[in-house]
Design a protein around this ligand. Structure first.
Ligand SMILES: Nc1ncnc2c1ncn2[C@@H]1O[C@H](COP(=O)(O)OP(=O)(O)O)[C@@H](O)[C@H]1O
Ligand SMILES: [Mg+2]
Length: 231
């Protein structure tokens, strides 16, 4: 379980996150929605140890992780796929995956096969250099790299951004499949309709704060959510 309490974080001189509370239950697929500039990425980057929050507590199960550096957060069991798909361009797909294996907690031989099962396209392209692949394939690889650390909590920042609709479908199918396997997931997503069709809990962020939260059926009927995201 990921428990974020009263999180505040600055982006430059701006207080981009102001007192955010989020709880992602074990096994849940939870979604953080919000317009551009709402503070979603700053929230995720703070959770992942890429950004030092000004205030607040971030607990993974009972462990406080808010003051840990990134590599220790990964070892604690939280993997983050940032906006913009960080893959190592000159390395092959398989080398990218193998590189991540040692950042995580578990060195299990079948980790790569599980990634290939989830994304057969990566298996086909295992000897391809990552930098030569399409945006969608790089996003699959970025998610694959996160999975190589065998995370207890997988955190994804707008995995569908900039991808062709057919590829967006593949990425979301994979997220749903991971959820069915019991993977805990915190997802930031611009496409509220898709997000609310697959999640079991959601929050809406506005100007650094959570303004609405609830189960997807509740959120879909919330006038503010309807007006801003589902019209
Ligand atoms: N590149 C940037 N330069 C200056 N300020 C930025 C930049 N990116 C974000 N910010 C500030 O931080 C706030 C939160 O940004 P961010 O967390 O990236 O929001 P989101 O992911 O919801 O779009 C923005 O409203 C903006 O004020
Ligand atoms: Mg963002």
């Amino acid at each position: 379980m990921l428990n974020v309490s009263r999180l505040s974080a600055d982006y430059g001189a701006i207080r981009a996150v102001r007192g955010v509370d989020l709880k992602v239950e074990a096994g849940s697929l939870s979604v953080l929605l919000g317009a551009n500039g709402a503070g979603k990425s700053t929230t995720l980057r703070s959770i992942a140890g890429l950004h030092r929050p000004v205030q607040g507590s971030i607990r993974l199960d009972d462990r406080e992780i808010s003051k840990l550096p990134l590599h220790k957060v990964v070892r604690a069991g939280l993997a983050f796929v940032p906006e913009g798909r960080m893959v190592v361009a000159p390395l092959t797909v398989e080398e990218n995956l193998e590189l991540s294996r040692f950042s995580g907690r578990a060195d299990e031989p079948d980790l790569v096969d599980r990634v290939y099962q989830l994304f057969p396209r990566l298996a086909e392209r295992r000897r391809q250099k990552a930098g030569l692949m399409s945006g969608g394939e790089q996003q699959m690889l970025a998610i694959g790299r996160a999975l190589m650390t065998k995370p207890q909590m997988l955190v994804l920042d707008e995995p569908s951004m900039g991808l062709a609709p057919a590829i967006v479908d593949l990425v979301f199918e994979a997220i749903v499949a991971l959820h069915k396997q019991g993977q805990s997931i915190l997802l930031v997503e611009q496409n509220a309709a898709i997000a609310l069709s697959i999640c079991d809990y959601g929050w809406v962020m506005k100007r650094g704060q959570i303004v609405v939260e609830g189960r997807p059926d509740e959120l879909k009927q919330n006038p503010e959510v309807l007006e801003a995201y589902l019209s």
